[in-house]
Design a protein around this ligand. Sequence first.
Ligand code: SAM
Ligand code: DTB
Ligand code: SF4
Length: 342
Amino acid sequence: MNPAADAKRYNLGNGGLVRFDWKVVEAVSLYGLPFADLVFQAQSVHRQNFNPNHVETASLLSIKTGGCPEDCGYCSQSAHFDTGVQATRLMDGHDVVVAAKRAKEAGATRFCMAAAWRSPKERDLDRVCDMVSAVKGLGMESCVTLGMLTATQAVKLSEAGLDFYNHNVDTSPEFYGSIISTRTLEDRIDTLAHVREAGIKVCCGGIIGMGERVEDRLGMLVLLANLPSHPESVPINLWNEVKGVPVNEKAERPDPIAVARLVATARIMMPKSVVRLSAGRQYMTDELQALCFLAGANSIFIGDILLTTPNPQLNRDAHLFARLGITSELTEPSNAADRGAD
Ligand code: SAM
Ligand code: DTB
Ligand code: SF4
C-alpha cells in the first residue's frame, strides 16, 4: 500500500482519472486502503470535480405502483410475491404535476417518476411523455424509470425533453441471477445503450444489503465504471426492508463503515458522476450520512416516502444539511453560527 503512489496513479491532480477498464482486484485494493487514505483520496477527487459542500436534492413519485410482472427478489411491487402493496393504474397527469410542484416547493430540483412495468406500452408512454414535458415546464430536471425500453421509445422520451433515465444494474454479474430471473443483465445493458443513444443522461446504480459479498458490491461498481460512458448519476440503495420478498431470507444490513468505503470507492472510480445515497437512508445515522458526503456522495432523495418505503423526514434532512454547512435547494444556511447541533 503506497498512498503517494496511488495519488499519482489515480491522477488526483487532474480531477481523478476517468477509466473504463477497471478490474475487480483493483477495486478491492482501493476499497481496502486504510480508511483515512481512502476517504482522503475520494474527497480529493470529489472537490476537483464538484463543490464539496453542495448536495443535489431529488424527489421520487410512484406514478404506477405494484402488479409488476418481473420477479426482482427485493421489490415490494412484484406480482410474484405477497407484499401487501396494492396495484394501481397509471396516475392522472394533472395529479403528477401537482406532486411535482409540491416537490419543487419542498426544495427538489429533480423529479423522478417511477412505474412498476417490465416495459411501457405505447399508449402509456405517450402519457408519460406529457408528464415529462409538464415537469420540464416547472423548471425541474426530469427523470423516469419505466423498465426496459426499445430504441424508438427512448427517442420518444428524449423528444419530450427527458433529462435522465434510471435503470439499475442492481448488483454484480455473479449475484444477479440469484435475485432476478425474468430479465437478464444484458437486457438492462441494452436499455442503457438505447437511452444513451437517444441523448438522455443515464442514472444507473444498484442495491446493497441483499446478502451479497463485498466483492459483489465492488463487482457492481466495476460493471458501472466499465460501461461505454460512466452514468451521470449513480444511485446506491441500501435494501429497504419489505415483507414477503425472497431477499428477506439472505438480507443483512451492511456495516456502516462498509457503506462509507463503498461510496468512496464509487467516487474514485467514477470521478465525474453524481453519487446518490438513495434508498436506505432511514437506517443511516446522521454521522454515517456525513461520512458518506465526505466520501463523495452528493445527492439524496427528499420526502417522507420513496416509492413504497419510508425515507427520512424533510426537517431531519434540512437540519442535517444546516449542521454540515451543506448547500442545496432544501436549505441555504446563511452563516456558520446557524450550523451548530442542538
Ligand atoms: N420498474 C422499473 C425497473 O425496475 O426498472 C423502475 C422502478 S424500480 C423500483 C427502480 C429501482 O429501485 C430498482 O432497480 C432497485 O434498484 C431499486 N429498489 C427497488 N426496491 C428496492 C428496495 N426495497 N430497497 C432498495 N432499492 C430498491
Ligand atoms: C433508485 O435507484 N432508487 C429509487 C429510484 N432509483 C427509482 C427507488 C428506491 C425504491 C425503494 C423501495 C420502495 O420505496 O419501494
Ligand atoms: Fe418491477 Fe422494477 Fe420492482 Fe423489478 S424493481 S419488480 S421491474 S417495479
